[in-house]
Design a binder for this molecule. Sequence first.
Ligand code: LR7
Ligand code: MN
Length: 466
Amino acid sequence: MIRCRAKKFDYRRLPTTSVIIAFYNEAWSTLLRTIHSVLESTPAVLLREIILIDDFSDRVYLKSQLEQYISNWERVRLIRTNKREGLVRARLIGASYATGDVLTFLDCHCECVPGWIEPLLERIGENESTIVCPVIDTIDWNSFEFYMQTDEPMIGGFDWRLTFQWHAIPEVERKKRKSRIEPIRSPTMAGGLFAVSKAYFEHLGTYDMGMDVWGGENLELSFRVWQCGGSLEIHPCSHVGHVFPKKAPYARPKFLQNTVRAAEVWMDTYKQHFYNRNPPARKETYGDISERVVIRERLKCNGFDWYLNNVYPDLHVPEDRDGWHGALLSSGIHSECLDYNAPEHNPTGAHVSLFSCHGQGGNQYFEYTTHKEIRYNSVTELCAEVPEGQIYIGMTHCPHDRTPTPPTIIWEFREDGTLYHPHSGMCITSYRTAEGRTDVQMRICTSGDKQQRWKFENGRDEPHPK
Ligand code: LR7
Ligand code: MN
């Protein structure tokens, strides 16, 4: 952005930084590209050091060959863990060696764009309790081409499965901003790329060291910083590229457990919405969280309701009324449930079908609301509909206000278990195709037809078994 380039910085007034990069079995080229780009695009007066943490990799080229390669750089340190720590503890080990005022974390397959660090450091100089993220540009894993974000940066959010999601800047937020180069408040962060005052990070309780390998720590830190009086921003003038590899070089088994820790510490009763949509999470053992709860008390942090109202008002909070949510089980075809499986990049691009009940929530999780919608949460809030003149059940974006609610998304879940669609006058009916597959279709309602009866399973709010 041209207006970003016009910004001037007085380096003597900016805090200094340590750049912390944890890696596990990273490719040589991407790791070195990251280190080179930090050295080449960060003014030397601002960079105290780069700290590399090898999280117990087993690739040979990451041993003496790497040591040799970096030995000419005074400012680059290499620390090795003596067991696999996972990214949280690896980053914290790195942070313990940092001498800069600000900790800047990066993934090990990034490319910093010149001018990336100054806006982050300036912002933290102005407001010590803010965590600032750069705009993350995509580097194609195949061609290594840079894909700059065109218009405005995206901000971070999540859905009730606690999957991180990107969103456009909400209208209210856009109007509040005085200029396009002001930092943007973001409910959550992607996790890998951010700058934070070292002192503030410590005050805030760094990271949850009970989190292993990968996942969950980004939402945990996001909830914590907001609920405990700080803020989280994306600076539109700071850009860093990140490679999204085709396949991660390691397995990611701890994601759910880490996420449960975050939910248990920060989400109060709202964690039920997460457990409802991900029943296996209820059964995860998640270890001892008492130290994290103590931090929450010590810092007198706000509740999750405060966070939702003040930081993420755009997030739709489900009703999840007892008995009115879960899997929709067919009475006509044994152990088959309504299922919605849309392609990732086209959330409304599929039809509701029938699939054997798996009890995992996800694609089989629906909610019947007091507004008579059949809701499905994904990247965005979806509402089941029967488009005019059709006999299939599709999904459409739920309306933000209900004046008036489009009649095509209104359903009556009747006493006899039928899912009646008043606008078309038909009922959801399970059937077997000529090839023997099971599916659903809108058909004329016939009293007593078992193929038209449905019931909610797993619809109760159960506590997490301790
Ligand atoms: O056991 C491990 N030990 C490690 O040191 C596992 C990972 N790591 C290192 C790894 O080598 C890398 O440098 O930790 C870093 C992050 O791992 P990635 O690159 O495999 O993660 P990701 O880019 O797929 O995932 C995003 O979400 C993660 C949740 O735990 C982390 O927060 C990542 O940092 C985060 N990456 C980004 O935010 C970059 C932008 C992606 C987006 C959206
Ligand atoms: Mn990454």
